[in-house]
Write a protein that binds this ligand. Structure first.
Ligand code: ZN
Length: 140
């Protein structure tokens, strides 16, 4: 069962993020990095903010991370998620990937059990049309 309803509309990814979502469709969590100075960046951008290079490369993220921050949503912003309240939105960081913070959801933790620093692991969730969402669960 998906964490949030499949009827929730999916935004059209901006052109710069297309490759990120193409990798997700292959169930590969990859982040963009500058091919010249190595600066990681997410969301993807066409130019490196550190050295202004347009050269990019993509790096595999570890399948584990931790909760950097979180919030619990109690009021729906769209009718499709009204039945899923309350749900969490988390910011995930990854070891060795300074500067990358991924917005996601923690699928197996009740709102009152959320905490900064919880160790998590990747839990791919199908979202239809070949799309996979990088969600997370508590690391076992
Ligand atoms: Zn750079």
């Amino acid at each position: 069962m998906p964490y949030l309803p499949e009827s929730m509309p999916f935004p059209v990814p901006p052109l710069d993020a297309r490759r990120f979502w193409d990798y997700c469709a292959e169930r590969r969590l990859m982040f963009q990095a500058c091919a010249d100075c190595g600066q990681l960046r997410h969301p993807p951008t066409p130019v490196c903010p550190a050295c202004r290079s347009g050269a990019e490369t993509w790096i595999d993220a570890p399948a584990v991370g931790e909760v950097y921050s979180y919030t619990v949503v109690h009021h729906s912003s769209h009718e499709s998620v009204a039945g899923a309240l309350p749900y969490n939105v988390v910011l995930i960081t990854f070891p060795g990937m300074a500067g990358v913070r991924l917005v996601s959801n923690l699928v197996d933790v009740a709102p009152g059990e959320l905490a900064i620093g919880i160790a998590v692991e990747l839990a791919w969730e199908p979202a239809g049309d070949g799309l996979w969402l990088p969600r997370f669960k508590r690391k076992r």
